[in-house]
Ligand binder design. Structure first.
Ligand code: ZN
Length: 194
C-alpha cells in the first residue's frame, strides 16, 4: 500500500550544501523552482565508515521539464536494462515502501536507513545517493525518497550499455564544471525509468 504524504516543507538534508538554504533554481535550466509545481533533488554522498564522516560528491535540483527531457535521452536498450534490474529488486522495493507507509514512518531517517533496491544498510555504504521529489514546496513521501546503495550502483553500471555510457559522457561535456554527471541521473527518479 503506497500513500502520498506531504512533509511540512523540505527537510534540511535536501538544502543546498553551499548556501545552507533550500535550492531556488534548477541546476540544468536555471529556471526558478518557486514557479515549478514539481522538482527533484538528488545528492551523491561519499561516506567514510571508519571515521563516520560524509561529504557531498555532488548535488542538484532538477525541474520536471528537465527530468522528462533527460529521461527521453536515455536509449531504449538502456531503459530496458535498467527496468529489468529494477524489476529484479521489485520485491525489496515494495516491502520497504509497504512497511514505511503502513507504519506511517514519514521521517527521512526511516527512509534512508536501507537501500531502496537491495536493502543494504546505508551506514555500511562507501557511497550512496538520495533523491526526493518536492511538490508545492513540500517533500513528498510516496515511491520516493529513494536511497541507492553502492551495491546497486555497481549492478547498474554492469547492465548499462556502452552506447548509453557514451551518450551520457557527451551530455556531461555540455554541462559546466562542478555540476553532476548525467550518468548518475539514472539513480534518481528520472521519469520513465521506475
Ligand atoms: Zn530545469
Amino acid at each position: 500500500m503506497i500513500r502520498k504524504f506531504f512533509s511540512d516543507g523540505i527537510p534540511s538534508f535536501f538544502n543546498d550544501y553551499d548556501t545552507g538554504a533550500p535550492f531556488t533554481r534548477c541546476t540544468f535550466c536555471d529556471g526558478g523552482l518557486a514557479t515549478k509545481s514539481k522538482y527533484a533533488i538528488e545528492k551523491m554522498i561519499n561516506q567514510n565508515i571508519v571515521l563516520q564522516s560524509r561529504e557531498i560528491v555532488y548535488e542538484y535540483a532538477l525541474c520536471w521539464d528537465c527530468a522528462t527531457t533527460m529521461g527521453s535521452e536515455i536509449s531504449d536498450d538502456s531503459k530496458e536494462a535498467i527496468q529489468g534490474l529494477y524489476n529484479e529488486h521489485r520485491e525489496t522495493v515494495m516491502r520497504k515502501l509497504d512497511y514505511l507507509h503502513s507504519t506511517e514512518k514519514y521521517s527521512l531517517e526511516s527512509w534512508l536507513e536501507r537501500c531502496s533496491l537491495t536493502g543494504k544498510e546505508i551506514r555500511l555504504c562507501g557511497e550512496f545517493s538520495v533523491s526526493g521529489i518536492v511538490e508545492g514546496g513540500n517533500l513528498v513521501y510516496e515511491q520516493s525518497p529513494i536511497v541507492v546503495s553502492d551495491e546497486f550502483m555497481y549492478k547498474l553500471q554492469q547492465v548499462l550499455s556502452k552506447e548509453t555510457k557514451e551518450g551520457f559522457d557527451g551530455l556531461r561535456d555540455k554541462i559546466m564544471d562542478g555540476s553532476p554527471s548525467i550518468e548518475d541521473l539514472v539513480f534518481g527518479p528520472v521519469p520513465g525509468l521506475m
